[in-house]
Design a protein around this ligand. Sequence first.
Ligand code: DC
Length: 251
Amino acid sequence: MAVGDAGSGARTAKMIVTIDGPAGSGKSTAARKLAARLHIPYLDTGAMYRVVTLAALEDGLDLGDESALYALAVGAPFELDCRPTHVRVTLRGQDVTEEIRSMRVNDSTPYIAASPGVRQVLVDKQRDIARRLGRLVTEGRDQGSVAFPEADMKFFLTASLEKRAERRYHELLAEGNEDVTLAGVLDNLRRRDLTDAARSVAPLVEPAGAVRIDTTHLSIQQVVEQMIGHLRCAGLISAAEAADASSPAHA
Ligand code: DC
């Protein structure tokens, strides 16, 4: 799998920041904004599970066939281009960045995410990407707990179920899904929470040593400011970077 240039200038220091949390907690937006502010790449690990799902669907694989899924993941017919402001995903040379967000892929991804073989391959790839990029913000369900337990800073984002459903509902509408209802999204999230937390392989857990941020009543801007504050307090970013981050120009 290929990874894009970090675009992080001459800095060579290593810094891994993990952001985990349930669907709708705001972690994807927070990860993107934090990475953009710090001018370092971000890794959307959900996109990795989604692109393997799309590949499995295209190949007509049985989503319960563990050895076929493992072979598919090892073959890695996909690439992620990790930049500070976006991640572009290609599958067998085709840009599938949008397609991996479709309901078809959405609904099948939990099967792929429950495959121990696929998880092992993808976690190895995530570590490989981190080694190559040096500094990154990585986001998912198991980044601070499984992939990078020694991360420099771990965040765990939460929010009430109702707030998460509201956010997800607006996202889906913005993506052009016109037939979604708030009640349907809430029900879907409630079920996803249960599957994510109850699955035997890498269930969603709050990583040891993580900074927990409840985003229910916070704007994304406030979430990022809190993260910047924690990174600054831990001495992971300079005063200049922290000040830069609070500039309205970066809102
Ligand atoms: O964050 P997302 O909605 O794009 O994630 C897609 C799916 O992949 C979702 O079912 C959770 C799963 N996932 C996971 O199990 N581990 C990760 N590190 C990232 C995502």
